[in-house]
Design a protein around this ligand. Structure first.
Ligand code: IPE
Ligand code: IPE
Ligand code: MG
Length: 264
């Protein structure tokens, strides 16, 4: 009875938040640093990996919620280049979890017209993980709904290094001795080529840092850090992040609207 009641009240809370959202002012691209799985488990005196498993459900919820809101691009930070420093058992678990997720969720992702892409140095991932990634990205390549970019073996600096090397190769191969780079060319050579820059960067678990995520692309992203640990990041929590985003004034170095009037 109690469970039933609490489920009902969380549904009502979700509905209330959803009604508050302005459908015309949603971000085009949300990027998420899904952090806090280990702490979530440790607080329950459970092994860290239990937190990773619980985090998968939050990822599923975030994907489904963004797709149903009509958000065009969602990028999830799943495994950083620095995460290889963790114990082998944790890394192996994460890789298995990822493979299980890809296999199990691919039909749903495809049915929902979501295009999956993977950003990062995927060539350095284990062969079997790469095979699952290739299957998911190839099968969903023609989908026209939300772009879901999963950052795997991702590092923001490595992405820039790879972009510069791609540009250099092209310059050398085409004998373009007088070529110069510009911002557009750099953006076009990033793993995220073709995606707009994130409008909203969410980080769970309270850390006030970007941990080498999308360094170039977040130049003017609105940053939302919540104390909520990733496995507790529910649909309602995502709505709260979006409501907070809708209160922001994005000035891009300009002036607030009323300041324009005062100055005129
Ligand atoms: C985020 O949770 C998931 C990955 C980095 C793979 P963490 O594993 O970093 O959890 P905390 O930060 O230790 O709590
Ligand atoms: C960032 O979280 C990477 C992912 C969420 C995949 P970390 O837990 O690895 O980052 P730090 O160590 O707190 O900076
Ligand atoms: Mg962490």
């Amino acid at each position: 009875m109690k469970v039933h009641e609490s489920l009902k009240s969380s549904d009502l809370e979700e509905e209330r938040l959803l009604l508050e959202l302005d459908a015309d002012r949603l971000p085009q691209h949300i990027a998420v640093i899904m952090d806090g799985n280990g702490r979530w488990a440790q607080r329950r005196h459970l092994p860290r990996v239990v937190g990773h498993r619980a985090g998968v459900q939050s990822a599923r919820t975030a994907i489904e919620t963004c797709a149903s809101l009509g958000i065009s691009n969602l990028t999830l930070y799943a495994f950083s280049m620095e995460n290889w420093c963790r114990p082998k058992a944790e890394i192996d678990f994460l890789m298995r979890l990822l493979r299980g997720y890809l296999r199990k969720e691919l039909p749903t992702i495809h049915r929902n017209n979501i295009r999956m892409l993977v950003i990062g140095r995927t060539d350095q991932l284990p062969d079997e993980v790469r095979a699952d990634i290739d299957r998911a990205t190839e099968q969903t390549a023609g989908n026209t709904g939300m772009n879901l970019a999963v950052a795997l073996n991702y590092g923001g600096r490595a992405e820039l290094v790879d972009a510069f090397n791609r540009i250099l190769d092209r310059v050398r191969n085409n004998g373009l001795a007088n070529a110069r780079v510009d911002e557009e060319m750099i953006s076009r050579n990033l793993y995220t080529a073709g995606l707009p820059d994130p409008d909203l960067l969410i980080r769970t678990s309270g850390e006030m840092r970007v941990s080498n995520f999308l360094l170039w692309q977040i130049a003017y992203a609105e940053i939302y850090v919540t104390e909520t640990l990733w496995p507790d990041f529910s649909r309602a929590k995502l709505y709260e992040a979006l409501l907070d985003f809708q209160k922001r004034e994005r000035r891009y170095g300009g002036l607030a609207q009323e300041r324009h009037r005062v100055m005129a």
